[in-house]
Ligand binder design. Structure first.
Ligand SMILES: Nc1ncnc2c1ncn2[C@@H]1O[C@H](COP(=O)(O)OP(=O)(O)O)[C@@H](O)[C@H]1O
Ligand SMILES: [Mg+2]
Length: 357
C-alpha cells in the first residue's frame, strides 16, 4: 500500500508516487534502494485457521544503511525476513503476494538454484542461535573452509589467509586455536563471531541479522554489535537488523521500522523514532525500555497481549491495547500516512480530521 502524505494537500489523502522520498535529513542521505519489500504477505495454514504472520509489509533497505526492524515477539519480524530469503517452509507457510526487489530483481520469482547463488554471496543471514546453525562436530576451521570454497575458487593457502584475516577482523586473537576447536567447545560469543565470519565470507551486499545476540550476555552483545557496525562502515554493506532492543536501535540503526501483528506500523529515521515516536505502539515500546543504567526493568507501558494472528480484530490490530484508540480505530483499518518530518505511520490519529494528531 502506498504511503499517503499528510499536511500537503487540503484533502486528506493523496497517493504517494515515489516511495521512500522523505524530507530533510532522509532526502539528503538518499541512496539507491538495495532491497525493496513491497506488500509482502505470508500466511501459515494451521489446523485451526490461517496465521497472518506478515500482511502487506513494505520495507526498504538502502545501500550502506542499517535498518532495524523492531516489535514484540510474534510480530512477524522473522517471517518477513525468512520470506524475503525464500526460507519459509511451504506448507504450512505460503507467500501469498508481494515483491522482494533486490537491486530491482524480484527474489520471489527466482528459481531454487538462483536463490542458492544469492544466499551467502549477495545476501547473508545470521540467526539467534549459532549452535543451531553450526555443525557441533565439525571443526570451526573446516566449516569456514567449506563455506569459503562454495563462494570462491581459492587454493588451500589462500583460504587459510582469508579465513585468518576474517577471524582477526572479528576480534579473534588466537585464530589457530579457534580454527581447530569444534562449536561445542567454544563459547556462545565465539560461536556468534564465527557465524558472522561465515556470513561475511561471501562479501554480501546485505546482511540480515535476526536477533543475533539474544542468547549472549550484555557485554558480549555490545562487542558483537560494535564489530558489526565497524565492518558495516568499512565495507558499506547494508544491514537489516531484527531486534526488540531499543538500546541496540540507538547504537546501530539509520532507520527503524516498527512492526505490530504482522504489519509495519511506523517507519522513520532513528532520531525521529527515538525522539518523536508517532504510533502509540512505538511510544509504548520506547517507554518499556529499561532506564539507562538501571538494573530494574521498568514495567511495560503497553497493557495486554498482542492479538491472535488467526483472528485479528476489525480495524486497527493495536486498538484493543491502545491508550488513544478512537471509535474509528475499532471499525476501520488505519490509513498509511507520510508525515511532514518524513515518518511513515499507520494510525488514525494522524489522518486529517480524524483526531487532534
Ligand atoms: N511454521 C509456522 N507455523 C505456524 N505459525 C508460524 C510459523 N512460523 C511462524 N509462525 C507464526 O507467525 C507469527 C510471526 O512469527 P515471527 O515472524 O517468528 O515473529 P517475530 O516477530 O517474533 O520474529 C507468530 O504468530 C508465529 O507463531
Ligand atoms: Mg523472530
Amino acid at each position: 500500500m502506498p504511503w499517503t502524505r499528510v499536511g500537503e494537500a487540503a484533502t486528506a489523502r493523496m497517493p504517494e508516487q515515489e516511495a521512500g522520498t522523505g524530507s530533510g535529513r532522509a532526502a539528503a542521505r538518499e541512496a539507491p534502494a538495495l532491497l525493496q519489500v513491497v506488500d509482502l504477505t505470508t500466511h501459515f495454514h494451521v489446523p485451526d485457521g490461517v496465521v497472518r504472520a506478515a500482511e502487506g509489509v513494505d520495507l526498504e533497505v538502502r545501500s550502506g544503511e542499517v535498518v532495524a526492524v523492531v516489535g514484540e515477539s510474534g510480530s512477524g519480524k522473522s517471517v518477513t525476513a525468512l520470506s524475503a530469503m525464500r526460507l519459509i517452509a511451504e506448507p504450512p507457510g505460503k507467500i501469498v503476494r508481494g515483491k522482494v526487489l533486490f537491486e530491482g530483481e524480484d527474489l520471489l520469482t527466482k528459481t531454487r538454484t538462483e536463490m542458492q547463488a544469492i544466499r551467502g554471496q549477495r545476501i547473508s543471514m545470521i540467526f539467534q542461535n549459532p549452535y543451531a546453525a553450526l555443525n557441533p562436530l565439525i571443526s570451526i576451521g573446516d566449516q569456514l573452509r567449506e563455506t569459503l570454497n562454495r563462494h570462491r575458487d581459492v587454493t588451500r593457502r589462500q583460504a587459510r589467509v582469508i579465513i585468518e584475516e576474517s577471524l582477526a577482523r572479528l576480534g579473534i586473537s588466537e585464530p589457530g586455536r579457534v580454527l581447530k576447536s569444534r562449536p561445542y567447545q567454544a563459547s556462545g560469543g565465539m560461536n556468534q563471531r564465527v557465524m558472522l565470519a561465515l556470513a561475511l565470507l561471501g562479501e554480501p551486499e546485505l546482511l540480515i541479522a535476526d536477533e543475533p545476540t539474544t542468547m549472549l550476555d550484555a557485554m558480549t552483545q555490545m562487542d558483537i554489535f560494535q564489530l558489526m557496525l565497524k565492518i558495516q562502515r568499512e565495507t558499506n554493506m547494508s544491514i537489516w537488523l531484527i531486534t526488540h532492543d531499543f538500546g541496540v536501535v540507538a547504537l546501530m540503526a539509520d532507520r527503524v521500522v516498527v512492526m505490530y501483528a504482522g504489519k509495519p506500523v511506523e517507519a522513520a529515521d532513528r532520531k525521529t523514532i527515538l525522539h518523536d515516536p508517532k504510533h502509540p505502539y512505538t511510544s509504548g515500546l520506547i517507554g518499556s525500555v529499561p532506564a539507562m543504567g538501571s538494573r530494574v526493568k521498568r514495567l511495560s507501558q503497553i497493557p495486554g497481549e498482542p492479538p491472535d494472528l488467526r483472528a485479528l480484530p476489525r480495524g486497527c490490530s493495536f486498538a484493543p491495547r491502545c491508550p488513544r484508540a478512537m471509535e474509528v480505530c475499532r471499525a476501520e483499518a488505519p490509513p498509511s500516512l507520510r508525515l511532514a518530518d518524513g515518518a511513515a505511520v499507520k494510525c488514525w490519529l494522524y489522518a486529517d480530521g480524524a483526531g487532534s494528531g
